[in-house]
Ligand binder design. Structure first.
Ligand code: MRU
Length: 350
């Protein structure tokens, strides 16, 4: 049986990008239409859309939006192309850590560079490519889900951190894609979701989307994972990724590394679920991954209310890097990559 998720997070519609506004979940489930390149840059930066594969698609849409604007501005193809590539390169900087953003925008730049068409034709080719990337994202997630489901024990409790679900992709999800595929085979599978401070993607988004799809989920705060592992209540961990180095070191939402250490100590297998587009073979290790620094308000405030001494010093890295030694496998659309990752990752790309 195939699991049908009801969620489509982002899609191109005629002349604009339609996306779920993730800043208001769980209070509201509403869509916003992004109609300019600059608005897309800000939608990514301000996390109206978030999650590595979803921001990749958003970046690809942003290039189309700029192309539409450029068509109004420039008379010559050359001026149009030069301006558009500059805008596309800048779109890659809207967030620094998730490599899918750079990857998908680069796919659009390749379309522009390889095109033989006039301005109108380039815009059509960019739209076709973006829709292809959207469809592929869902197909890839289903493959990840199916490969991952093979290593989920019967009746398993799966711990996840942040949101690597349908709402972090076009649909279905990576880590939660594994959950969806496992649940389709065995409806006694359940999820423990870490709250995921400071932005609470686990509490706000993971519990919301699993509840929407009728998959049992228990919310815990970030510090509780080792408590439940010690009690034998967690059978495996599956999380997503924002960037994976050639040696398997993996950047994901801040707090993931702590979960991985706890899992190793308690002999709980810790898996990453991610498409190959999240693997950055240009970097050897996780030390080369740029970690996004986010605002102090994310830490000092909850729902607009201050929760600490007003002048307290705050550091707010958005991601951490889990060393490859703590990772039991990287679940991709080409199967589960196992250590030695330098070898298995290189093979996956060959
Ligand atoms: O800051 P966010 O919400 O964009 O971070 C998201 C994550 O860390 C996800 O786990 C990751 O992007 C994988 S999404 C399939």
């Amino acid at each position: 049986m195939e699991f049908k998720s009801k969620i489509k997070t982002i899609e191109w519609v005629d002349t604009y990008s339609k996306m779920v506004d993730q800043t208001v979940i769980p209070y509201e489930y509403k869509f916003v239409n992004i109609t300019s390149g600059e608005d897309m840059f800000n939608a990514i930066r301000n996390m109206i859309v978030r999650g590595a594969p979803a921001i990749g698609i958003a970046g690809a849409h942003g290039v189309i939006l700029f192309a539409q604007e450029g068509a109004e501005k420039f008379d010559t193809r050359e001026e149009f192309v030069n301006w558009l590539i500059e805008k596309a390169e800048n779109m890659k900087t809207s967030r620094p850590t998730a490599v899918n953003l750079m990857w998908a925008v680069q796919k659009q730049i390749e379309v522009i560079n390889n095109s033989k068409s006039d301005i109108k034709g380039i815009i059509e080719e960019l739209k076709t490519n973006a829709i292809k990337l959207e469809n592929e994202d869902i197909e890839i997630n289903k493959k990840i889900g199916d490969y991952g489901a093979e290593v989920v024990p019967k009746g398993a409790t799966i711990l996840t951190h942040c949101n690597a679900g349908a709402l972090a992709t076009v649909g279905y999800g990576t880590a939660l894609g594994v959950v969806r595929s496992a649940f389709a085979k065995d409806n006694t599978v359940q999820v423990f979701a870490d709250e995921t401070r400071p932005r609470q993607q686990g509490a706000r988004i993971t519990t919301f989307e699993l509840a929407m799809d009728g998959i049992p989920v228990t919310l815990i705060t970030d510090g509780m994972c080792s408590y439940f592992m010690k009690k034998g209540m967690i059978d495996m961990v599956v999380v997503g990724a924002d960037r994976i180095a050639a040696n398997g070191d993996t950047a994901n939402k801040i707090g993931t590394y702590t979960v991985a250490i706890a899992a190793k100590y308690h002999n709980v297998p810790f898996y990453i679920a991610a498409p190959l587009s999240t693997i950055d073979t240009s970097i050897k290790t996780g030390d080369e991954i740029v970690i996004e620094e986010r605002s102090r308000e994310e830490v000092t405030h909850i729902n607009g209310k201050i929760i600490c001494a007003p002048e307290v010093n705050v550091i707010n890295p958005g991601f951490d890097v889990t060393p490859h030694e703590l990772i039991a496998g990287i679940i991709t659309e080409k199967g589960i990559l196992r250590p030695d990752y330098n070898k298995s990752i290189a093979e996956a790309f060959s």
